[in-house]
Design a protein around this ligand. Sequence first.
Ligand SMILES: [Zn+2]
Length: 72
Amino acid sequence: MNKCNDCQTMERHMHGSNPRPSLRTVGEAEAVLVGSGEESKCVEHHECGACGTKWTHSHDKSYAVEGWAVGW
Ligand SMILES: [Zn+2]
């Protein structure tokens, strides 16, 4: 599957990118425990309306660590 221009742009900026306009959020944001379980991060699933690429966005409470990954 070929990625659209929006998704290709995001792929080059996996950290700190704002969602592209073609992305829509799928489902609810989930809190996922990490490490020893004392910390959690927020995980959101997105799907591109233009090319169908699935994206996962995760960030910690303070957004100090955040980024995008392809796939769910
Ligand atoms: Zn796309």
